[in-house]
Every structure is written in structure tokens, then in C-alpha cells.
Design a protein around this ligand. Structure first.
Ligand SMILES: Cc1cc2nc3c(=O)[nH]c(=O)nc-3n(C[C@H](O)[C@H](O)[C@H](O)COP(=O)(O)OP(=O)(O)OC[C@H]3O[C@@H](n4cnc5c(N)ncnc54)[C@H](O)[C@@H]3O)c2cc1C
Length: 359
């Protein structure tokens, strides 16, 4: 099928912004980092598998993996990569990404150390980008600060949630943001309000700007801690009851089109339960793809292309991925999309030439 062809022809692990140059050896990186005085705040590892760093448990290795412990180390790494024209990808909890089987070229960084800290001041909480949102929700509720309960039931780091404008049960994180601190590609830090991030449905401009979220200040409201804890537990239970239990996934694969639900549309074209290799469209929720064991990114992508094309042909709605396709997967997705569009066009031309399909 066409998806296979695109997967084979896509450049292994290449990121759209990746340059031709590869990172130097990990020893070289360590020498440079030590010389710059931040070697003790960078965990560097070559060819580290990324599967365990994603909730789907899928993906090849990072050419160079960097656990980054403070802003100075982050800034240094960004500037070194810029000089060497090496692509950098930031990973949070890996709960909304699909990593190619071939892995990712360049540097994959995860924020650690000081980025895991948060502090509460009045009705505000200032949280580093690596703080886990469920943990933050629990802690703020315990302190009688309400607002994060709807977002406490799924895996997310603060950085990933801000970048994706994560949302659930009618609340998006952008509604709670007072200020976000970004590290821009040029190395400057920038304070931004929520509106300056141009938040929309599961998107902001953070990724497009090549920025890294360093921290976010959320404005919550004072309320009853017990009531908050009950609501958090209820919403958490509700969230998980609609998801396939015990099977690795990345939550919703597609965004819901306006006025409809991607899950309903995929179910309506008969793809619920459809299996490709080790991956399957969940029996419980058709907008979730699960890893049944040994699934590959190619299996997930094939299911996504199948679902998108089937829904497009059936009702004319083009589903858009919510999951972030990394490396060559994005190109493979777009190539399959272009092929589907060309195929549809030529089918239409044929139909017009033969007087239509019904004649
Ligand atoms: C079981 C399950 C249920 C889910 N339910 C929901 C739900 O109800 N609502 C919802 O919105 N999402 C849901 N998701 C998806 C996911 O939890 C969210 O999108 C979450 O915000 C992703 O955060 P993350 O830290 O895992 O980001 P990642 O998946 O690691 O990254 C997502 C994107 O953000 C970028 N990124 C990550 N950190 C940073 C940073 N510090 N700076 C700049 N860019 C960064 C990455 O490069 C990538 O493009 C669910 C996922 C699972 C597995």
C-alpha cells in the first residue's frame, strides 16, 4: 500500500530541520561541555533508545540524547547545535509524540534537574517545564488552589502541556497561564503571556518558533481543598475509563473536527479494532491507537493514514493529527496525503470523463 512506500522512501530519522551534519562523538560533546563549565549539568548519551521515553513505547534511538539540568546548560547546548547546524528536538513525557523506528538525527533533549521544581506563591504556581502536570494538580489542590483538576488525569510535563495547549473537560492550560518563559533559538529568554503564544485547539506557536518552554506561571483560584481533591479523583477516573486500560498509547491520535468527534468518524468507517503489525485502533476508543506489543512507528502511521483516507472518502472530512509526528514520519504523512489528493483528483477526472461513477 502507499503508506509502505512512503515509509520506505522517507529519509531514516531525518528531522525536517535537520542538517546534513551529524553530531560529533559523545566524548567530544563531553569535552566541549566541560570546557564551557556545564558538563556536570548535561547527561549525554549516544544512540539512546527513545521508546521508553514515550507513552506509546515506540521509536528508535536519539543520535545524541541530552538530559539538561539548568538554563545555562540548555542555552549552551542550543548555541553549540546552532553553530554546528544540528537539529534539536525537545521531549517532555513523550505522551503525544510518534518517534520513527529509525530514531532521530541530531540531539534529543529532555529537561531535568532545576526544571522539575515548582513553587506556590499566593494563588500562583511557578513550575519548571519538566514538572509533571498530574503531580502539580495533586499538590496545588492539596494546598487549596483549584483549576488544574481537569488536566490532572493524563501524562504531561508542563513544557509539553503548554506547547500543545493540552486540554480536557472544557479547560485548556492556556486559560490558566499568566506567563511562560521561553528560550528562543538565538539563546535569549522571553516572557510571554498566554495570548502571545497564540493558543488554539492543541496548538501554540512555541514549536513553530523553535522555542523551548523553560517554565510557566499558572494563576489558580483559592477554594476548598477537599472538594478539589474529590473533583480531581472523579475527573481522573472518568478520563481513564474512556481510555484503553493497561495498553501503551498516546491518547487521541487525531484532533476532533469542528462539531464532530474523530473517534466517532473512525468507528463509522469500520476501523475500530483494526490491527497493523503490533499496533491497533483501540476497541474501546477509535481515536486511540494502542501498542499491543512490539508495535513499530510504521504500524501506527499506516493505521493513521488508513483512518484519515477512509474518513476523507466517506464523509469528506480530512482528519488532522493531534499526535506530533517526529523526524521523517511527518514527511511520510504529507507524502501519503499528497498521493491521496492526487488519487482523488484523478478518480474525479476519470469519473467526469466517463460520465460519473453512477452511469
Ligand atoms: C493516556 C493519555 C491520555 C491523554 N489525554 C489527553 C487529554 O485529555 N488532553 C490532552 O490535551 N492531551 C492528552 N494526551 C496527550 C498528552 O498527554 C498531551 O499532549 C501532553 O500535553 C503532552 O505532554 P508531554 O510532556 O508528554 O509532551 P511530549 O509528548 O513529549 O511533546 C509534545 C510536543 O511538545 C514539544 N515539547 C515538549 N516539551 C517541550 C518544551 N519544554 N519546550 C518546547 N517544546 C516542548 C515536543 O517537541 C512535541 O512537539 C493524552 C496522552 C495519553 C498517553
Amino acid at each position: 500500500m502507499s503508506a509502505d512506500r512512503h515509509l520506505e522512501t522517507s529519509k531514516p530519522g531525518a528531522s525536517p530541520s535537520a542538517s546534513a551534519s551529524s553530531p560529533p562523538s559523545v566524548d567530544r560533546w563531553r569535552e566541549w561541555a566541560d570546557a564551557a563549565g556545564c558538563g556536570d549539568r548535561l547527561e549525554l548519551e549516544a544512540d539512546r533508545s527513545l521508546a521508553a521515553s514515550t507513552t506509546l513505547r515506540i521509536g528508535g534511538a536519539a543520535e545524541l540524547y541530552a538530559g539538561v539540568h539548568d538554563v545555562e546548560a540548555l542555552r549552551w547546548l542550543a548555541s553549540r547545535c546552532r553553530e554546528l547546524e544540528i537539529a534539536v528536538c525537545t521531549l517532555g513525557q513523550g505522551a503525544n509524540v510518534l518517534v520513527p523506528d529509525e530514531g532521530l538525527a541530531g540531539v534529543v533533549q529532555r529537561l531535568r534537574g532545576e526544571f522539575r521544581r515548582f513553587e506556590i506563591d499566593g494563588d500562583r504556581v511557578r513550575a519548571g517545564a519538566a514538572v509533571l502536570v498530574p503531580q502539580l494538580a495533586k499538590q496545588t489542590v492539596r494546598e487549596g488552589l483549584l483549576g488544574l483538576e481537569p488536566l490532572g488525569g493524563f501524562p504531561a510535563s508542563v513544557g509539553g502541556a503548554v506547547t500543545m495547549n493540552a486540554g480536557c473537560y472544557g479547560t485548556e492550560i492556556s486559560e490558566l497561564i499568566e506567563e511562560v518563559v521561553l528560550l528562543l533559538p538565538g539563546g535569549e529568554t522571553l516572557r510571554q503571556s498566554a495570548s502571545e503564544l497564540e493558543p488554539g485547539y492543541r496548538r501554540t506557536n512555541v514549536g513553530r518558533r523553535g522555542a523551548v518552554v523553560i517554565e510557566a506561571t499558572l494563576r489558580l483560584r483559592r477554594g476548598d481543598a477537599e472538594h478539589g481533591a474529590r473533583r480531581l479523583a472523579e475527573l481522573n477516573e472518568k478520563r481513564w475509563s474512556s481510555l484503553p486500560a493497561g495498553k501503551p498509547s498516546a491518547g487521541s491520535i487525531f484532533k476532533n473536527p469542528p462539531g464532530d468527534s474523530a473517534g466517532r468518524l473512525i468507528e463509522a468507517v469500520g476501523l475500530k479494532g483494526r490491527r497493523e503489525g503490533g499496533a491497533a485502533i483501540s476497541d474501546e476508543h477509535a481515536n486511540v491507537i494502542v501498542n499491543l506489543g512490539g508495535a513499530r512507528a510504521g504500524d501506527v502511521l499506516r493505521l493513521m493514514i488508513m483512518a484519515r483516507d477512509a474518513v476523507l472518502r466517506s464523509v469528506g472530512i480530512r482528519l488532522q493529527p493531534e499526535i506530533v509526528l517526529l523526524g521523517g514520519l511527518r514527511e511520510a504523512w504529507r507524502a501519503a496525503e499528497a498521493e491521496e489528493t492526487n488519487g482523488t483528483e484523478s478518480r474525479r477526472r476519470e469519473e467526469r470523463a466517463t460520465g460519473g461513477a453512477c452511469t
